[in-house]
Ligand binder design. Structure first.
Ligand SMILES: Nc1ncnc2c1ncn2[C@@H]1O[C@H](COP(=O)(O)OP(=O)(O)OP(=O)(O)O)[C@@H](O)[C@H]1O
Ligand SMILES: [Mg+2]
Length: 143
């Protein structure tokens, strides 16, 4: 994955989040993993939607909460969008067949990645999201 600059990003509004999503999208290659960590409503799905938009994916990204993963094939790099909120650990991720997808021809974005932290490779892009001081503000820490 190409380098993403700026470890700490102040996202003053959704437009800033959109820019970050596009920047991440431009850096993504097949097999890359983006691990999104942050409380309810901090914008994990929103950021994933903007990453998808940046990849040129035409479908609207909706959270795959009941399926664990949803695949989008129409972008520059195909995208696998995981939401592991309902899993109790990485064991269940493998039970769900994720090893056929993660690291393959898709780039993977994983919401609630802290739940499956032990399964993440060290080169995954970690994005921690938290609330800012204003309603539409978020802080992204990129590691
Ligand atoms: N700067 C911002 N970036 C992203 N989302 C924002 C921002 N400001 C406000 N929002 C709003 O915050 C909400 C984020 O919801 P979203 O579903 O993306 O969060 P989430 O982290 O995926 O939550 P969940 O834990 O339920 O999956 C949306 O309603 C969005 O419109
Ligand atoms: Mg979500």
């Amino acid at each position: 994955m190409k380098e993403i600059s700026g470890a700490l990003r102040q996202l003053k509004n959704k437009e800033d989040t959109r820019k970050l999503g596009h920047e991440i999208a431009n850096a993504l290659e097949p097999g890359d993993i983006v691990a999104l960590i942050g409380d309810l409503g901090t914008g994990k799905t929103a950021l994933t939607g903007y990453i998808a938009e940046g990849l040129g994916i035409k479908e609207k990204v909706i959270s795959p909460t009941f399926t664990i993963v949803k695949l989008y094939e129409s972008g520059r790099v195909p995208l696998a969008h995981f939401d592991v909120y309902r899993l109790s650990g990485s064991e269940e991720l493998w039970d769900a067949g994720a090893d056929d997808i993660i690291g393959g021809r898709h780039a993977s974005v994983i919401e609630w990645a802290d739940i499956v932290a032990d399964a993440l490779p060290s080169d995954a892009l970690l994005v921690h999201l938290r609330y800012g001081d204003n309603e539409d503000e978020r802080i992204a820490e990129i590691l």
